[in-house]
Design a protein around this ligand. Sequence first.
Ligand code: ATP
Length: 223
Amino acid sequence: MLRLSELCKGYLDGTEFHSVLQGADLSLNPGDQLALMGESGSGKSTLLNLIAGLDKPESGEIWLGKTAIHAISERERTAYSRKNIGLVFQQYNLLPTLTVADNIRFCRQLKGLPDDDKLWLKLISALDLMPLLLRYPEEISGGQQQRAAIARAIYMEPTLLLADEPTGSLDERNADAVIRLLISLTKQLHCTLLVVTHSDKVASHMQGCIRLQGGQLHVTPRS
Ligand SMILES: Nc1ncnc2c1ncn2[C@@H]1O[C@H](COP(=O)(O)OP(=O)(O)OP(=O)(O)O)[C@@H](O)[C@H]1O
């Protein structure tokens, strides 16, 4: 469902070009659940941004199903991403003017889907968000914002969920619970899951691990 081929991306650092991805290849099947690991600065967020259609590669191909993400316009990429990709960012990116409840509904509404009371209740209770629904993002903690961002991404029922360190603000017990939940809920929705993490413990819950090293991707199935 997701195929990356010979993907290259870098940034201008002053006048010098700094290459981050150098011919990255990857193939994920529907329902795959993998961790993406690599040293700080190796390019994990850069890769997620490209897959999500938030940025364009210098060269190479990104296919999501039959859509060539690398070849479509920015407007088409945004529309495609809104419909198909759930995102949990490092900085959560909740909208400050909306309550937690409206934030969680936001991406599903953008996609044009009606509310799903069963899924809503499942998410709200599993992520322990009931007491926070009427608060605004600035009125809740970082870990609570992270849980709301996870609920928002799953509630839109994406075909691919990309999570950038989704348990970074949580203590170990909550991190463990949240990652198990992310895995079981995405499995129920037949959604492919790619989780950036620095934690071997988080990665051990996934089917396998992709390592980003030297600008290239290396897949290790769980032994
Ligand atoms: N917009 C940008 N402009 C210039 N350089 C950038 C930009 N975004 C990222 N970089 C550089 O690209 C490299 C990869 O960054 P990226 O954030 O993708 O790494 P990462 O693996 O996600 O790191 P971390 O684990 O610390 O979050 C880094 O050297 C970073 O400084």
